[in-house]
Design a protein around this ligand. Sequence first.
Ligand SMILES: [Zn+2]
Length: 212
Amino acid sequence: MRLAARYAGKTVLAVGAHADDVELAAGGTIARLRRGGARVVMVVVSLPGDYQQRMVEARQAAEILGCELRVLMGDAAKRIEDLKSYELVAMIDREVQELAPAAMLTHGPSEFHRDHVLVHEACVSSQRLCYFDFFTYHPNFCRPVPVPFHPRAYVDITDTIETKMRAIAAHQSQFRCRGLGIEIYRDIARLNGRMVGVPYAEGLDVGRMLLA
Ligand SMILES: [Zn+2]
């Protein structure tokens, strides 16, 4: 079954620790899901740094991808590591209970950023609430760092790579303002595409998936 058909008319939850995480790792997949008729809710746990600017950027990126945006932490005074693990789990649980997603995309366990690992762990635990497909996406970085990641599934994003790149570019405070380029994300998509014989792809690890 095509990806678009699997989730058409259903809700997919894309969870990231910070604004930009979902776009970097799964922006092309989200744009594809939206074009296929899925409701995609992008859940961002925190906006560290300039909260207002990052909110503006996150909204722009969500609009480009065509998804809804929810930011869970209300200001930049608290970081994810300041939360007790049960508080973070409760935040993710609330979204799962309200939205009853057909699938969740989130950070994997091998990320080097502690916030990302904490969000991964909270999302893993939310699987106890109900059944949904569970995928983890490519580890994220603004500057490349070698981190192990072995995708078991690939999404052809050839039709949405430019949308993904525009969504990433919306996060000017993280890239352009720091003098950092974003072409590495196109390179990663090209490399993943080579693995499965398409021009551009995003890799996902499969945590849980029902093959009916
Ligand atoms: Zn992040």
